[in-house]
Design a protein around this ligand. Sequence first.
Ligand SMILES: C[S@@+](CC[C@H](N)C(=O)[O-])C[C@H]1O[C@@H](n2cnc3c(N)ncnc32)[C@H](O)[C@@H]1O
Length: 254
Amino acid sequence: MRDETSYRIIAPYYDYIMAHVDYDAWGRYLGRLWKKHGAAPKAILELGAGTCPFARRDVYPPEAKVVYSDLSPFMLSQAPALSPDCRVAANALALPFKGGFDLCLMVYDAINYLMAEEDVARCFREGRRALAPGGLFIFDVTTEANSRKHFHHAVDYGELEGCTYFRESHFDREARLQGNDFVFFVENRRDREDGENRWSKIKESHQQRIYKLDKIKSLAKQAGFKVEGLFEGFTFRPGREASERVHFVLRKPK
Ligand SMILES: C[S@@+](CC[C@H](N)C(=O)[O-])C[C@H]1O[C@@H](n2cnc3c(N)ncnc32)[C@H](O)[C@@H]1O
């Protein structure tokens, strides 16, 4: 992602655009994943948490301290009310946390917004630093199979309250770049009273890098993690290039 403004225009509409995503089921799956790997987390750090969908659900153990963070303050501003120390605008490449978390999560393609291998390596080093020894880093990636099947020359649109959007997606296979260009037509209420300019047209472009799973694995190992598993979608089957989404479970050695 270019900088913290990339997720700006979309922020107030993000939850509507993602209304099809079953975050309840996703949260339950993540819980099964960390339990399978022996974790009972008490201190949790979510990176790239966006509008913090898990803060609205019973995903984390009620006694756990959870810090939700994201590069985009605009996304975080759409989160439910949380105390300031639990909602922190932070770049996953330079985390302002000292350490001591026993679980770190980065969900829904957030890793794919890191555009260079070196950024992924930095993110892993930062995640490792934030974790206590023995802690888990769980994240998912979207794959080339997903881009080719669903996000190449694909157009999508939606009518939301006060906004209509179009999304055009394209996958550059050679550069391994997934582009999603949004055009928002936002109703301007004040202008409506004046009887002028009823809509503003605003564009926002997102780019993601589609990494090979082996590359992610080797970057994780280089950052000092043990790779405990790759899982296909929301299952416990092995993750592979043909999977559309793969969850990784990494462990910081004791
Ligand atoms: C597809 S959204 C996922 C948001 C949320 N995890 C969810 O499941 O809805 C990707 C998020 O990654 C964030 N992001 C991108 N680059 C980041 C970085 N370097 N550090 C932290 N967050 C980042 C974006 O701001 C955005 O909120």
